[in-house]
Write a protein that binds this ligand. Structure first.
Ligand code: AMP
Length: 318
């Protein structure tokens, strides 16, 4: 099963308290495509400027990533500049330059139309809507966004949310969008918009899965001793989630078994953890499925506990 993604392809400047990287390959679709291509074929829809280094295209060509929906336009590639705090769950965006994204309209190549899974990665909501309208038959549609679009493009973002199956948001974004202090109340409000699932990304603390069917699942994060750069962890999370789902059979025409969705969330956490171990997509370049499997076993070990314990009142012995 192939996966279609639309989102940003960028050149980032990232500064952490310990290091700095310039002109790093970034963008939500870059992280997602590289991560998901570990599992299945990815069909990329994005735009880059004439300044985009050719070596990145060569790398993607060496993976199962179809680039026929990647436009190369005269002008500048999307640029993003960010600085992380000592607590690397927090960062400040210092600059965002849309460059060629300002006049971009996604065109979906015919060969992409059979993609069964659709990921609307972080990008202007109107572009996400244009893709959604061109690919109406995807089996599962997943949406990501960020504060900028919640603040500047809320009405269009709302229309997109109403049309997708799964929404990924950080705790902070849920508060910003719903205006609710309680994540549970915010999630309920989002599910009432017609979503099947809301996945709450909690940075280094893992992820929560909420279903319209009442599902609640908490997936632990993989404990990392050293975080080099958390940029793209959310997009790589989505790559692990959809990558995993692309390898399993849906249980019905439109749905996946809840156990598969949960397992996808665990894969998301694992792939997200790898991305944090280096700048840009660098840790994903040589990543093997055996590396993923080792972390999977660790997470199973550290999150299992005795399901049989029961409280029993003491019986008085006379
Ligand atoms: P994440 O750390 O998962 O939020 O993803 C960070 C990536 O998103 C960076 O590589 C940026 O290039 C990209 N990005 C940052 N701001 C935006 C934006 N407004 N629209 C699209 N992509 C963005």
């Amino acid at each position: 099963m192939s996966i279609l993604v639309v989102g940003s392809v960028a050149l980032d400047i990232v500064e952490t308290p310990f290091a700095r990287r310039e002109e790093a390959l970034g963008g939500a679709a870059s992280y997602f495509s590289t991560a998901a291509s570990l599992y299945s074929q990815v069909n990329l829809v994005a735009v880059v400027g004439s300044d985009f280094p050719r070596e990145h295209l060569e790398f993607w060509r060496s993976r199962p990533i179809n680039l026929s929906g990647l436009q190369i336009q005269p002008g500048e590639t999307f640029r993003w500049v960010a600085r992380y705090h000592m607590d690397m769950n927090a960062r400040d965006t210092l600059d965002t330059r849309l460059g060629v994204y300002a006049g971009f309209h996604p065109v979906i190549p015919v060969e992409y139309l059979e993609s069964s899974l659709l990921f609307l990665a972080n990008i202007q909501p109107e572009l996400q809507m244009e893709v959604l309208e061109q690919v109406p038959n995807a089996r599962l549609t997943v949406l990501d966004t960020m504060e900028l679009w919640i603040m500047t493009a809320r009405p269009m973002l709302t229309e997109v949310i109403k049309k997708v199956d799964v929404l990924l948001m950080s705790e902070e974004e849920i508060r910003q969008y719903t205006n609710q202090a309680s994540i549970l109340v915010g999630v309920r409000q989002l599910l009432a918009m017609g979503l099947k699932y809301v996945i709450v990304k909690q940075g280094s603390y893992g992820a929560l899965l909420f279903g319209a069917d009442g599902t609640y699942f908490s997936a632990p994060s993989y404990p990392l001793e050293e975080v080099i750069d958390p940029t793209g962890a959310g997009d790589a999370f989505a790559g692990g989630l959809l990558g995993y789902l692309s390898t399993v059979q849906p249980s019905s025409d439109r749905g996946y078994a809840i156990e598969d969705i949960k397992c996808g969330v665990v894969h998301g956490n694992i792939i997200g953890s790898f991305v944090c171990e280096d700048f840009s997509i660098d840790r994903l370049r040589g990543l093997m499925m055996t590396d993923v499997a080792t972390r999977y076993e660790t997470l199973v070990d550290c999150s299992h506990f005795d399901p049989h314990w029961r409280y029993r009142t003491k019986v008085a012995v006379s």
